[in-house]
Design a protein around this ligand. Structure first.
Ligand code: FE
Ligand code: FE
Ligand code: ZN
Length: 293
């Protein structure tokens, strides 16, 4: 079996918090995972000393997991690209400064962030807003946490649906070693990229951004066809990207070191990740798997 870091988004909640997150990931056969430090849709956060971080980390270590492959996702309402509403921007900046401290408290090294939306101000203004915001957020932060800007589907005024836009942002950041990219398969397909020739796609990523900047991959199928700009995730092998293309991402020799995270929809209120991971690892699609739920 080749080396492979494969996991999913996992919830964190009372009463066990991080300990519960680690347990849930292990139960689903994962050796890496992603979580939010609180609710994804708001910026209310509990103090980290209540989140059973030490207990979670002890379990991680006992289970032989590589802590450097674990990922935190920033809430998606944070928008550094909104240059017309100073309140939204200031909230995003102050939240992200605190979020970096929380990520560091978990001993996690990667924070996935949606770059932002320009909400009508135009792409260039939005990109400049994101650059200025990131520089402000990183200015006084002494940690080694990296911010992974996620590739977006391009719905509404989202920035980051083109590799070139992410490259522009990274180029404008002063502390360049602190920023990288999270590639989401559903999002780039929706953005218009052809995923069927992965080597060619990675060459393009390498030319525009640099493959060394690729920190995380989100493995999702898409309900919509290429270029739809919709961002609706489908379960593995039942969307329009298809099983074989996703297997390619999971097992590609140029991507071995990169943690791969599933964010596919739950089925009948249950996480489908144990089954999806099994199929991706074995490269065998089971057409009936969804009916087991
Ligand atoms: Fe995301
Ligand atoms: Fe994603
Ligand atoms: Zn998405």
């Amino acid at each position: 079996m080749d080396k492979l870091y494969l996991g999913s988004h996992v919830n964190m909640g009372a009463p066990d918090y991080y300990l519960g997150t680690v347990k849930a990931a292990l139960d689903m056969g994962e050796n890496c995972f992603m979580f939010y430090t609180g609710a994804p849709q708001n910026t209310i956060r509990k103090p980290t000393n209540l989140l059973k971080i030490d207990e979670g980390r002890a379990l991680l270590k006992n289970s032989g997991l590589d802590e450097s492959k674990i990922v935190i996702h920033a809430p998606y309402i944070v928008n550094l690209g909104n240059v017309t509403n100073s309140k939204t921007r200031e909230l995003a900046i102050s939240f992200l400064k605190e979020e970096l401290k929380r990520v560091n408290a978990f001993h996690v090294k990667t924070l996935v962030l949606h770059p932002g939306s320009h909400v009508g101000a135009g792409i260039d203004a939005g990109i400049q807003g994101i650059i200025d915001g990131l520089n402000e957020v990183l200015k006084d932060d002494q940690s080694d946490v990296k911010i992974a800007l996620e590739t977006m589907a391009g719905k509404g005024s989202e920035i980051g649906a083109k590799f070139e836009e992410l490259a522009k942002i990274i180029n404008g950041v002063i502390k360049k070693d602190r920023v990288g990219v999270c590639l989401d398969t559903c999002h780039i397909s929706d953005a218009g990229y052809d995923l069927s020739n992965l080597n060619k796609l990675l060459d393009e990523f390498d030319r525009v951004i640099g493959l060394d900047k690729l920190l995380v991959i989100h493995i999702n199928d898409s309900i919509n066809s290429r270029g739809a700009h919709k961002d609706r995730h489908a379960n593995i092998g039942v969307g329009l990207i298809g099983f074989n293309v996703l297997v390619n991402f999971v097992h590609h020799p140029r991507l071995v070191e990169i943690p791969k995270i599933l964010e596919t929809p739950w089925i009948n209120e249950k996480p489908p990740y144990a089954e999806e991971i099994k199929m991706l690892k074995s490269k065998q699609f089971d057409a009936n798997w969804a009916y087991k739920f």
